[in-house]
Design a protein around this ligand. Structure first.
Ligand SMILES: [Zn+2]
Length: 276
């Protein structure tokens, strides 16, 4: 008898725990949905904290490792902005579907359009970094490499927060043209900065119509089934095809994952050495 009572008590506890778990999951799901004014929007499905210690380099096009994404999970990334005519259209398309992306900014453009940088951040997107003026870092002298990286960080941070620090608040970096070198990869890793490649892309640097670009990226996604997607918010064809692409993601049950930084960059160290 005593044993049965104990078992009943245990089951009650399990029921209570299960109910609490379901309630917390419903709450998490609702948090994204209720913020979106549109009922059938795509919505961001979850937030992933990216840690430089465990994933210093991600993206299968360049590295053996990528982000821990599940089947049908995608991360949207946009390079080479801010570029007002097209970045604004990209932001509008993302806002309409209530999804967030990561924007890898060119520092010079950020310094010319700080309001747009702040708008990107205010709309919940993450700010990554893409050098000061987009040279190939594999083809310039090492001191210029450091200058390009630091000046880019400082310009983006100045636009964002009014402080020209070379310790970025979101330590995400992408090499122009994915042209990395082992030494620069080591340098960024030592500074706690995650280097982003991509898992797939729309080849939107090639001339094509928005319709062709949509076909290309959806075919590639169908094959890959998930991944970090590279697009360019500086390209009119990408801005034009994005609304249809986001609808495609929704209709084919893809889940958009928003990235945040798990840890800040390593402050001081390198900055002190270079004097930047
Ligand atoms: Zn670029």
């Amino acid at each position: 008898m005593k044993n049965m009572q104990r078992q009943t008590g245990l089951w009650k506890l399990i029921d209570a725990l299960a109910a609490a778990l379901v309630a917390s999951m419903a709450c998490t799901a609702a948090a994204g949905a209720t913020d979106c004014p549109r009922k059938d929007a795509l919505n961001t499905a979850r937030v992933l904290a990216v840690d430089a210690a465990t994933t210093p380099r991600v993206g299968l096009k360049s590295f053996p490792q990528t982000l821990p994404l599940g089947d049908h999970e995608v991360v949207l990334t946009f390079d080479d902005g801010p570029w007002p005519p097209t970045t604004r259209r990209v932001l509008a398309a993302l806002a309409r579907e209530c999804v967030q992306a990561t924007f890898f900014l060119i520092g010079k453009a950020a310094s010319e359009h700080p309001d747009l940088v702040r708008q990107i951040a205010a709309e919940g997107h993450s700010i990554g970094h893409h050098t000061w003026s987009h040279p190939s870092l594999a083809r310039i002298p090492p001191e210029q490499v450091v200058e390009q990286i630091n000046r880019g960080f400082a310009a983006d941070e100045m636009a964002l927060h009014g402080v020209a620090t070379t310790t970025p608040s979101t330590p995400f970096f992408r090499f122009p043209g994915f042209e990395s070198t082992p030494a620069t990869l080591d340098l960024l890793q030592s500074r706690g900065i995650v280097v982003f490649g991509a898992d797939l892309w729309a080849s939107d640097w090639d001339p094509m119509t928005p319709k062709q670009e949509l076909k290309l990226i959806t075919d590639r996604l169908e094959a890959a089934r998930k991944g970090i997607i590279l697009l360019h918010d500086s390209k009119a064809r990408t801005a034009a095809m994005l609304p249809a692409f986001l609808r495609y993601l929704r209709d084919h049950h893809y889940r958009v994952v928003r990235l945040v930084s798990a840890s800040g960059a390593v402050a001081g160290g390198h900055d002190a050495k270079t004097g930047h």
